[in-house]
Design a protein around this ligand. Sequence first.
Ligand code: FAD
Length: 323
Amino acid sequence: MPVLVYAENAGGKFKKSTFEAVSYAKAIADATNTGLTAISIGDVAAADLAALGNYGAEKVLNVANDKLKNFVNQAYASVIAEAAKAEGADIVVLSNSFSGRGLAPRIGVKLQAGVADGAVALPSIEGGKFTVKKTAFSGKAFATVELTSAIKVVSLTPNSYKVVDGGADAAVEDFAVETKESDFKAMIKDIVRSADKVSLPDAEIVVSGGRGLKGPENWGLVEELAELLGAATACSKPVSDAGWRPHSEHVGQTGIAVSPNLYIAIGISGAIQHLAGVSSSKVIVVINKDADAPFFKVADYGIVGDAFEVLPKLIAAVKAYKA
Ligand code: FAD
């Protein structure tokens, strides 16, 4: 019984988090002595589908259906569940991306499966027990959960498992599905892509600003540092509420959850609701003029100082390093 992995694409291209999920699913397939089948929904080039073999998929099911061109939560969950049944898969893996967060529980219900969402490590499969370490309470804690159901759904936190490549091309098969009207009650009409150079949920480096930056006119420093580092920009909730930055940059419990390799927080106090969306970042650097700011408690590196003095020096240092 193969492992099934959902290979999510954005605008027809697979994302890094997809390669992480396929690599992760391959490691689970190897640990359970089984094969790995991937499923892709939407318009993806044949060569890109076959290239999923590079990350461990032996077979790729391609669902090219006009009604499924744009992401529809219920309909995608139905298709993935149908594919799991057709393949006889007892483990379904996907990324805990924005869409993955909506899909995992729906697939779980359709397959009567146990769900571990936000896994941060490979499952332990010993003595018939399947346990997974995952984030809990909006990223404020970790929990190790045991899935006792016959079918298991695991969604992987982006940036928490390395991409492993080196395999041969996968065989690509069309997977025909019959869509149900009842799966299309809520639909995406149009997708407007932001002009951001680096997509925030997928960014490896995030430079984030808070109310300590005083106003939108000062964001040039944040943008300059982000550009030099190839990073995405983000902000705290009050900053987007005040209209200093777009809501698409708001990170935290009520915003986007990010887990980059490097998160640089500038003039952000580190309230629990902010930390909920950023604390699984690999390395956290905090710049704050208040040495008692709560963010320092979770920082790997901290600079106590005025952002308007520290940032120009940091920018100059990065420029000198790159020269
Ligand atoms: P402040 O708390 O005002 O902190 C500004 C910081 O900047 C201070 O630490 C200060 O020392 C420092 N500073 C000031 N001047 C300088 C300077 N010149 N140089 C360096 N440092 C300086 N917040 C989120 O971010 N994301 C969420 O998703 C979110 N969800 C929420 C949900 C709920 C239900 C609630 C109640 C709140 C939520 N909040 C969220 C708000 C959260 O509680 C905090 O109010 C918010 O994170 C504070 O934003 P801040 O750190 O930018 O501003």
